[in-house]
Design a protein around this ligand. Structure first.
Ligand code: FES
Length: 118
């Protein structure tokens, strides 16, 4: 099953939007480099609608002196309720517990439409 869920132009790069795949609430994310990702719109913690969260980045320690660099800008989906974070370019895995992942859906762009596959 596949379904058109949005027009490509409905989401600017670096933004996300809620949509539906049949009866399944999903969040569609568009990274700054223009790629699209779709996940179940429900946090693994207590079920918050992830589309009401934020696309942010992560930090990576660069040395033993406590210096960090900002990485993955706009690729980390932060839950609006308690801040759990998911890597949208890495199969929706939770940063705190990488073995836990959001339910993901394949996305294709057909003409100017975002098509999500179940
Ligand atoms: S519901 Fe998402 S972190 Fe709690």
């Amino acid at each position: 099953m596949k379904e058109v869920v949005l027009k490509k132009e409905d989401i600017e790069p670096g933004k996300m939007k809620s949509a539906s795949l049949g009866k399944i609430p999903i969040v569609v994310c568009r990274t700054k480099d223009g790629e699209f990702y779709a996940y179940a719109n429900r946090c693994l913690h207590q079920g918050a609608p992830l589309s009401e969260g934020a696309l942010v980045g992560d930090t990576k320690r660069t040395d033993v002196h406590g210096n960090y660099e900002y990485i993955k800008e706009g690729e980390i989906l932060r839950c609006p309720w308690h801040g759990l974070e998911y890597d949208i370019k890495n199969d929706g895995c939770m940063l705190a517990e990488p073995d836990k992942k959001l339910r993901s859906f394949k996305v294709t762009i057909e003409d100017d439409y975002v098509v999500v596959h179940k």
